[in-house]
Design a protein around this ligand. Structure first.
Ligand code: SF4
Ligand code: SF4
Length: 241
C-alpha cells in the first residue's frame, strides 16, 4: 500500500483502521511501515481518505502473497479459495469431513493485531509432519508446503500476513500428542496463535473431546457455529447484494 505524501492531510483516520498498526503520522503525514504492512487493503477500502492519498500498489512475488492471507475477500491463486482458511471447519454438518472418531484441528497464527511471518507456520508444520497429520488439501497454508517434512517455500518465509491457518485432521486418540506440540510452541514461539478443535456432538448431547482436553490441563470454551444459508437465499431472492 502506498500513501501519496502531497495529498495526505495528516488527519489520522487510516491509522485507526490499520489492523496491524503499520501506519503512523510523522510530521503531519501518514507513513506506512512496509515491513509491518500485510497488504490487507483495509485502509484503502474503509478509511475514506479525505485527500484520496491511499493507493494500492501492484504487488510482485513474493510480497503479493501477503494480500490473500490478510484480506477476507481476496482469493488465493494457489488454491482458488477465498479468505484466510477453508470453510471446511465451519460446515462439517454439510461436508462431513470429520467423522465421529476424528477431530479437526486449526492453528491460527497472527491474530489479533500482530500478524505473523510465514516462517512461524513452519515451526508447527515441521513438527506436525514429523508425527504425521492429514493437512486440509484446499488450505492456503498447505499450498505453501514444499515437501513431506513440512518445509515452507523459502521465498515466502519472511512475508508478513494478517493470519495463517494450519488445518488438519487426526484420529481422536491422537489429540494428547498434538496438544504436547502446541504446549511446546506456547513456550518457544514468540507470536500469538489460537487453536480450534472441531468435534462432533454425540446423539446424547455430550462432546467427548472436552473431557480429553480437560484431562490434559486445558481450559475449554465450547463454541458452535451453524450456517443456515440465509445470505445465499436472500441474495437469490434479490434482497441482499
Ligand atoms: S486518511 Fe488519508 S489524509 Fe488522513 S492521514 Fe491517512 S492518508 Fe493522510
Ligand atoms: S494495507 Fe492493511 S496493513 Fe497495510 S497499511 Fe493499509 S490497513 Fe495497514
Amino acid at each position: 500500500m502506498l500513501i501519496k505524501e502531497s495529498k495526505c492531510t495528516g488527519c489520522g483516520t487510516c491509522v485507526i483502521y490499520c489492523p496491524v498498526q503499520a501506519i503512523t503520522i510523522i510530521e503531519n503525514k501518514a507513513v506506512i511501515n512496509r515491513d509491518l504492512c500485510v497488504e490487507c487493503n483495509v485502509c484503502y477500502q474503509n478509511a475514506d481518505c479525505p485527500g484520496k492519498a491511499i493507493k494500492p500498489e501492484r504487488l510482485k512475488w513474493p510480497r503479493v502473497i501477503r494480500n490473500p492471507f490478510s484480506s477476507v475477500v481476496a482469493t488465493h491463486k494457489l488454491t482458488g479459495v477465498p479468505g484466510r482458511g477453508t470453510e471446511e471447519m465451519k460446515t462439517n454438518d454439510i461436508t462431513n469431513r470429520f467423522e465421529h472418531a476424528e477431530l479437526g484441528v486449526s492453528i491460527e497464527l497472527g491474530r489479533p493485531g500482530v500478524g505473523t511471518l510465514l516462517k512461524h507456520v513452519e515451526y508447527f508444520t515441521l513438527k506436525l509432519s514429523k508425527i504425521g497429520v492429514e493437512y486440509e488439501k484446499d488450505s492456503p497454508v498447505t499450498a505453501l508446503l514444499i515437501d513431506d517434512q513440512g518445509h515452507v517455500n523459502e521465498e515466502v518465509k519472511n512475508e508478513r500476513v494478517l493470519s495463517a491457518i494450519i488445518e488438519f485432521k487426526i484420529p481422536s486418540e491422537r489429540l494428547p500428542e498434538i496438544l504436547r506440540v502446541i504446549e511446546k510452541a506456547d513456550e518457544e514461539l514468540h507470536t500469538v496463535f489460537t487453536v480450534g478443535i472441531v468435534s462432533r456432538v454425540m446423539s446424547d448431547g455430550t462432546i467427548p473431546v472436552i473431557k480429553t482436553l480437560e484431562e490434559q490441563g486445558f481450559d475449554v470454551k465450547p463454541n458452535a457455529k451453524i450456517n443456515i444459508g440465509l445470505g445465499k437465499r436472500k441474495a437469490k431472492e434479490g434482497t441482499l447484494t
